[in-house]
Ligand binder design. Structure first.
Ligand SMILES: [Zn+2]
Length: 332
């Protein structure tokens, strides 16, 4: 398919368990225009979420059309990033524990409601491709992205292309086993990286330590034990709390074990880490780099730059546009 010459924009959609992001990119790339965020409110049902996304897209398109005196012909299409597993070919989300969708034809519902061609890819893949296209790993040959949030997502770019695997299920870095008899993961397995270093896992480990008598400012910050979150741990680290700092160091070590495996297997040029936890800055990145250095092969470790996200919360939208361009036109 070739692009209509008048199509100067592509819509990017990033669907998350907590928030929906929509923005519009100039075809050649750039800062998202008419960027907007709304709560997902997945508990109100799949139709509610799709209707909300469609309305956000229509409002963003209207804003860009009015600002530039253009009509709907100015838009080439819509790139969508969604939690998976999913099937790109049919545009179907196979299942998402956080959103409660099963065999859900997300791409076509949005495509038909808006009246523009659309593509669907995994949200972490999209964010990783965004970092490769316009972010921390701009234009490198090989890049791995890791998103730390409620879960841990991953994406792999090899030779400038996203690597999807045989069934669009590649790069599930969060579900790499780092301890065969370790903590139970939401996926049903034991000892996954996600069971140690996701936001809820950080909170759970912090609470366990407090229950066994660790003294910390955490309790005071959170109000009560069960209200401790990864965010509270981060706040306490900034305040110099030794126990919270220990929890953050442990988090970096667990992540470092997983990332050393990734570096040994793929030998990437850049590893981009994004998500709320990265706001801990050096408290996270210093012990993380140390652990990777201890474990990964020296040549691979020395060739790899471990960097925070360059696009922050906009990586998913920008990357969804990159995925659309790649799928529809063969290049970004
Ligand atoms: Zn798992």
């Amino acid at each position: 398919m070739s692009r209509r010459p008048e199509a100067d924009y592509v819509v990017g959609v990033d669907i998350g368990g907590t928030n929906l992001n929509v923005g519009i990119l100039p075809f050649a790339g750039g800062e998202p225009l008419a960027f907007r965020t709304q709560a997902t409110e997945a508990q109100r049902g799949a139709k509610f979420v799709v209707d909300r996304v469609v309305r956000m897209i229509q409002e963003a398109m209207k804003e860009v059309m009015e600002a530039n005196g253009r009509g709907p012909e100015a838009f080439a299409g819509i790139g969508i990033g969604s939690p998976g597993p999913l099937e790109r070919k049919t545009g179907t989300v196979i299942s998402t524990p956080n959103l409660g969708w099963r065999n859900f034809p997300l791409r076509d519902l949005i495509q038909n409601a808006v009246g523009l061609p659309a593509t669907l890819d995994n949200d972490a893949n999209a964010a990783t491709y965004g970092e490769w296209w316009m972010g921390a790993g701009r234009g490198v040959n090989s890049l791995v992205g890791v998103t730390l949030g409620t879960g841990i997502g991953g994406g792999i770019v090899l030779n400038g292309e996203l690597y999807h695997g045989a069934a669009d299920a590649a790069a599930e870095i969060g579900h790499m086993t780092i301890d065969s008899t370790g903590r139970k993961c939401k996926c049903g397995n034991y000892g996954c990286v996600e069971a140690y270093a996701s936001g809820p896992a950080i909170a759970a480990r912090a609470i366990e330590g407090l229950e066994s008598g660790a003294s910390s400012v955490l309790l005071e910050l959170a109000g009560d034990l069960q209200a401790v979150t990864a965010e509270t741990v981060f706040e306490a680290v900034v305040l110099g709390d030794p126990y919270a700092t220990e929890v953050m160091h442990d988090t970096a070590k667990f992540l470092g074990v997983g990332l050393a495996n990734v570096i040994n297997i793929l030998n990437p040029e850049v590893l981009v880490i994004s998500g709320g936890v990265t706001r801990a800055g050096d408290h996270l990145f210093d012990p993380l780099r140390t652990e990777v250095r201890r474990r990964a092969f020296r040549v691979a470790e020395q060739a790899c730059r471990i960097l925070p996200s360059g696009l922050g919360g906009k990586a998913g939208v920008i990357g969804a546009v990159a995925c659309f361009k790649r799928e529809k036109y063969g290049k970004v």
